[in-house]
Design a protein around this ligand. Structure first.
Ligand code: SF4
Length: 293
């Protein structure tokens, strides 16, 4: 066999090996990309209570150079009330992975406090308004609630830990109005939520604005006034999301701290109706009480 034939054989062998190697590498990196290159949402601990939603979002901004400027939360709750809630908010556009805390408005509390939330699905949608791109993360109600109430990292801690650009605040360039829908329930399941914004109950609540402002429980016109009662014991079970609702209703009894709510020492226990009102307003139903006999 001549030397040139041997050299040609070696060259062909090397080229085949190179092609196989490149194919293997591209397969490996493709798999890594599909496994680890997907945008990732992390729900964080809001440092401000109530309507605030904190989250971190990581994506490959060199591959997808978009400006992210909006987050939305959607509740699909076919077996409860309300059956659907959607809130969205704009913030300063981000061009690389970030973490931020956004005031979602009262719709966020309504969403968390929906009846039959455990059977609902929550979608978190992170969007680029300009490019018309959105990433959607679906999870069941209990998982979402657990992530929100159990989040440990704040925006600052997450930013530091992931070496992200510092968040410069979340003042919205355009304040998108909060939208909330109350749709019909699935026939035979649940009942309509009796709140003033539900068209089905509009007549019932007509003219009750004054009593709502005074801080008392809202009663339908003509309904007999509920009799007040004394409380034997009131307490908070684990799971408070520090929304402030209870303290707003009855601050002599409830005190909201940085990460939970407590009952004030020597809290008055003679206005059971207000304690009951606070318990009913608690979106995660952790306020418990017993009536005095
Ligand atoms: S106890 Fe309930 S109403 Fe009060 S702050 Fe906690 S979650 Fe809100």
């Amino acid at each position: 066999m001549s030397t040139s034939l041997i050299a040609m054989g070696v060259a062909i062998f090397l080229v085949i090996n190179l092609v196989i190697g490149l194919a293997a590498l591209s397969l490996i990196f493709g798999t890594f990309e599909s496994l680890f290159g997907k945008p990732k949402l992390t729900i964080l601990r809001a440092t401000q209570s109530g309507n605030f939603f904190a989250f971190g979002f990581k994506w490959n901004s060199s591959k997808e150079p978009v400006k992210i400027d909006k987050v939305g939360l959607r509740l699909f709750n076919p077996f409860g009330n309300p059956t659907q809630v959607e809130v969205s908010k704009s913030f300063d556009a981000k061009t690389s992975s970030f973490a931020t805390e956004v005031d979602m408005g009262p719709g966020f509390i309504e969403l968390l406090g929906a009846q039959n939330f455990d059977f609902a699905v929550v979608q978190v949608v992170v969007q680029s308004s300009k490019e018309g791109i959105a990433w959607q993360f679906d999870m069941k109600g209990p998982k979402f609630r657990k992530l929100v109430s159990g989040a440990n990292l704040s925006v600052d801690q997450f930013t530091k830990e992931k070496a992200l650009a510092a968040d410069k605040g979340s003042k919205p360039p355009i304040d998108i109005p909060i939208r909330s829908f109350i749709a019909d329930t699935v026939p035979g399941k649940g009942s309509q939520l009796a709140i003033p914004t539900n068209p089905a109950f509009a007549a019932q609540f007509a003219g009750t604005a004054a009593s709502a402002v005074s801080g008392g429980a809202v009663a339908a016109p003509g309904a007999p006034a509920a009799e007040n009662f004394k409380i034997a014991k009131v307490w908070i079970e684990p799971g408070c999301i520090v929304c402030n609702a209870c303290e707003d209703i009855y601050k002599d009894v409830f005190e909201v701290l940085a990460d939970t709510c407590i009952i004030r020492p020597n809290a008055p226990l003679d206005d059971g109706l207000r304690v009951q009102e606070a318990a009913e307003a608690c979106p995660v139903e952790v306020i418990k009480f017993t009536k005095a006999s």
